[in-house]
Design a binder for this molecule. Structure first.
Ligand code: MG
Length: 259
């Protein structure tokens, strides 16, 4: 399609949605790639204590800041024990009670030392940087065991799932706590629903830069190419209860600074 023709059809339809709807049928493999493999880096030892102006989302005591993703009138049903939050796979995803636009987020996670499985079925979870409601709708930062566990690189830990592989692989071995420090800029939309500015994210994984101002192409899609088809404002943050059969993973020390 020529530029003029494309422009004309965008003007005519008022958005690019119809053009994108013309994608040929795709398989999930079509958006998974395996090279280049991010280099392995051994991270330093540091933790991120909450600064004075942070909103505490989980400090080890309770899940008062979280609700069930598929029914936000219900409290979150994951397990809090010994100051640690563990996924309850029967309860599904959980998300924050509050919504956020642009923010700095700190979250720590741990793959069980006894984890089993391979590729995506090994400690899979996720942080949806902006939830778009039920299920896995939203923008997923992948969480899983990527310590000596190859998978498609744009699906390993530290990836913006199926959009951007991490710039390095600083995974710690299963059983050790790991950190994400995230700067999220939410997408902005025009009144007609078209994108004014895409979402942008910078992520430090165990203190190592793995996403550097990456501009997202849209909410995460398991099949097909991402596209901004759901205009939204401030959103909840969601944690994933993934359906793979491996042992559930844990979280701790979750705090946020709205910007
Ligand atoms: Mg996941």
């Amino acid at each position: 399609m020529t530029y003029k023709l494309l422009l004309a059809s965008v003007l005519f339809t008022g958005s690019t949605t119809i053009i994108n709807a013309q994608q040929p049928a795709m398989k999930h493999e079509d958006t998974e790639f395996y090279e280049p493999v991010p280099k392995v880096v051994t991270p330093g030892k540091s933790y991120g204590d909450a600064p004075s102006d942070a909103v505490i989302l989980f400090d080890g005591n309770n899940l008062s800041q979280w609700v069930t993703a598929n029914d936000t009138s219900q409290p979150a049903q994951w397990v809090v024990k010994d100051n640690v939050l563990t996924v309850n796979k029967k309860a599904g995803n959980i998300q924050t009670r509050q919504s956020f636009l642009d923010y700095q987020l700190h979250i720590e996670w741990r793959i069980p030392k006894t984890i089993t499985g391979t590729s995506q079925a090994r400690g899979n979870s996720g942080v949806f940087l902006a939830s778009l409601g039920k299920g896995d709708a939203g923008y997923e930062l992948q969480v899983m065991d990527s310590y000596n566990n190859p998978t498609y690189v744009n699906g390993q830990a530290g990836s913006v799932y199926k959009q951007s592989p991490p710039l390095a692989n600083p995974n710690r071995p299963p059983g050790e706590w790991q950190t994400y420090d995230i700067a999220w800029t939410a997408p902005r939309f025009n009144e007609n629903g078209s994108v004014k500015s895409p979402a942008r994210v910078t992520i430090f994984f165990n203190g190592v830069l793995v996403q550097n101002g990456f501009e997202l192409k849209g909410p995460t899609r398991y099949v097909g190419n991402p596209v901004y088809d759901t205009p939204h404002g401030a959103s909840r943050i969601k944690l994933q209860s993934h359906g793979d059969p491996s042992e559930p993973i844990s979280f701790r020390n979750i705090w946020i600074r709205p910007l």
